[in-house]
Write a protein that binds this ligand. Structure first.
Ligand code: MN
Length: 261
């Protein structure tokens, strides 16, 4: 049966060789069986700008996406907070289509809303202020006008600061806000929602205005990779190691068609 795969939060970087191997294995052996692959943000640990495409590590990743596209699986990329600066050049080099956040798709008859997920973390007021700033076109133009090495240094400093700040933030503050989720679901007509960012893989049902919407949270990648596999019957989470594939869980049988939309 034809199916579609969703992944996010791989945080690929040259230092994480094992994770990169899991990704390359996934791209060679698992993703080509799907009709589409959606990468819902934070593919890279950070992206300083498309002028960093020539980096050999980046080339390896981009080539894997391009090879997948050539094999007949359509790749889509959504920005995460780490790789917000992915632009047209990467889109062209990878053969992927860049998606806005959020994007509503028809997934085998079920309206499905895709998002990275960081915009839903509204309890983290400081982060949302920062997010608004870096999403502004003027800020991005100014940032990208600096030399690449300077940008990389700035990002490294920002990441160090953010890691320190995170230690003082509660788990609740860094999770999605229930009201922000409800608002988004209402705005888009009560779809199924798939997002990443929080690194808390899960399947949550939202009962809202007489509708039941399922929300799938994608897992992050470390020693194993995580993907959500969806077909006309529903979705289930799968885990991948560099050489093996394990089914991790599946949607309870019989509940999807009746209870959700
Ligand atoms: Mn993220």
């Amino acid at each position: 049966m034809s199916h579609t795969l969703f992944i996010s939060d791989l945080h690929l970087c040259v230092k994480q060789q094992h994770c990169t191997q899991v990704f390359l294995h996934f791209m060679r052996h698992i993703a080509p069986k799907a009709e589409a692959l959606y990468i819902l943000g934070d593919l890279f640990e950070y992206w300083a700008g498309d002028d960093d495409l020539d980096d050999p590590f980046h080339q390896q990743v981009i080539r894997a996406i391009h090879t997948l596209a050539e094999s007949g699986t359509r790749p889509f990329i959504m920005h995460g907070n780490r790789d917000l600066l992915i632009g047209k050049a990467l889109e062209k080099a990878s053969g992927a289509t860049l998606l806005g956040d959020p994007t509503l798709i028809d997934l085998y008859g079920t309206p499905t809303l895709l998002s990275h997920g960081d915009m839903l973390c509204t309890d983290d007021v400081a982060y949302q202020t920062y997010r608004n700033q870096v999403h502004a076109e003027g800020w991005q133009q100014l940032f990208l006008s600096q030399p690449l090495t300077q940008r990389k240094t700035q990002i490294e400093q920002l990441r160090t600061r953010s890691e320190i700040e995170k230690q003082h933030k509660s788990r609740e503050i860094m999770d999605v806000n229930a009201e922000a989720v409800a608002e988004l679901l209402r705005e888009y007509g009560y779809p199924r929602l798939i997002h990443g960012h929080t690194h808390r893989a899960g399947h949550i049902l939202h009962h809202l205005d007489g509708y039941t919407c399922e929300r799938w949270v994608l897992g992050d990648w470390h020693e194993t990779g995580n993907a959500l596999r969806c077909d006309a019957q529903g979705c289930h989470a799968e885990q991948f190691a560099a050489t093996s594939v394990n089914r991790e869980g599946s949607f309870p049988k019989g509940t999807r068609a009746a209870a959700t939309r």
